[in-house]
Ligand binder design. Structure first.
Ligand SMILES: Cc1cc2nc3c(=O)[nH]c(=O)nc-3n(C[C@H](O)[C@H](O)[C@H](O)COP(=O)(O)OP(=O)(O)OC[C@H]3O[C@@H](n4cnc5c(N)ncnc54)[C@H](O)[C@@H]3O)c2cc1C
Length: 318
């Protein structure tokens, strides 16, 4: 028989786990499904310095473990599997949602989508064929392979700069390649970057091709945009941090999305579908960080709670 929940949360990152904490603590029958083919982005970083309450920083994995422990304490059910699809199955006073997973299906009155985002590719020749052999999207995972070698980082935002600095703990030289003549990263990160003499910044330049053989990446073909000059840069690896793609394929055609594919939510984290709420990096927002994902998650769960209490006629005057 299909199991029935008040709320099913899809995603086990900071947004989903905070939603799970609030929903279970609010006495909703709640299930959180975390993917088995993907992980929370924050588990990819070795140190989180800007989540309040940890003045010495905390590892990304450790932080998520703490979120998980706290949510489980309040009775949140959790499952590790991939959600394959969502279907609206009934609409009397409000729709019911069927969530298909590898093991069958579940029914829920409300859904909270917290599926995060994935890194964008450069889409240049050589990128796909050399993934895992010199092309990487995670410095924390792969930096130790580049001890005393030379690498490039592509991008100019917080993550590119932070990861370029981190890579200098291993690589002897890090080239930061950025297509503009200034960085988007936070001031404090820029200061650390400029002070680091292992980092060489290559301004107003794009990567046109990644060349390598079986053994891995050997060089990048780079183009200086103002002059059109093309050069080869010898590196042993390239780390790509050029933006995000929200993971929203599951809800395409069900809720309204922006052109970039982010879920449009109102101030209460409601989507365009009654009973579907969304939070964190999969939504349209300016600041994609742990602290904002947690805030979104709390609000999404609270809104879901009010929605369900209304349906059950249990809502207290607040
Ligand atoms: C390298 C790196 C460094 C970062 N450093 C910082 C930092 O220092 N400070 C900071 O505040 N932020 C940092 N961030 C950003 C931060 O990681 C994100 O803002 C945050 O993780 C967003 O949380 P989320 O819960 O929305 O998404 P995520 O953490 O990405 O979690 C998404 C969840 O959805 C699940 N999922 C996706 N699709 C499915 C599916 N079909 N079925 C089931 N589950 C699914 C995934 O398995 C995962 O559990 C960093 C990000 C990266 C990549």
């Amino acid at each position: 028989m299909e199991k029935f929940y008040d709320v099913v949360i899809i995603g086990g990152g900071p947004a989903g786990l905070t939603a799970g904490l609030y929903a279970s603590r609010g006495a909703l029958k709640s299930l959180l499904i975390e993917g088995n083919a993907s992980v929370s982005q924050i588990t990819l970083t070795d140190i989180v310095e800007n989540y309040p309450g940890f003045p010495d920083g905390i590892g990304g994995w450790e932080l998520v473990e703490k979120f998980r422990k706290q949510a489980l304490k309040f009775g949140l059910e959790m499952m590790t599997t991939n959600v394959k699809g969502i279907i609206k199955i009934e609409e009397k006073t409000a729709p019911l949602w069927q969530v298909s997973i590898e093991e069958g299906a579940l029914i829920s009155q409300a859904l909270i989508i917290a599926t995060g985002a994935s890194w964008r590719k450069l889409n240049v020749p050589g990128e796909d064929t050399l993934i895992g052999r010199g092309v990487s999207y995670c410095a924390t995972c792969d930096a130790p392979f580049y001890r005393n070698l030379e690498v490039a980082v592509v991008g100019g935002g917080d993550t590119a700069v932070q990861e370029a600095i981190f890579l200098t703990q291993f690589a002897r030289r890090v080239h930061l390649i950025h297509r503009r003549n200034r960085l988007r990263a936070a001031g404090v990160l820029q200061q650390r970057l400029f002070q680091n003499d292992r980092i060489n910044i290559i301004w107003e330049t794009v990567v046109e091709e990644i060349k390598g053989k079986e053994g891995g990446v050997e060089e990048l073909v780079i183009k200086h945009l103002p002059t059109g000059e093309v050069n080869n840069l010898k590196v042993d690896g390239v780390f790509i941090f050029v933006g995000l793609r929200p993971n929203t394929d599951l809800v395409k055609g069900i809720v309204d999305l922006t052109q970039e594919g982010a879920i449009i939510v109102d101030q209460e984290m409601r989507t365009s579908q009654v009973g579907i709420f969304a939070c964190g990096d999969c939504t349209a927002k300016k600041l994609r960080q742990v602290v904002t994902a947690c805030g979104d998650g709390a609000l999404a769960a609270y809104s879901a709670q009010l929605f369900i209490e209304d349906l059950k006629g249990e809502r207290y005057p607040r």
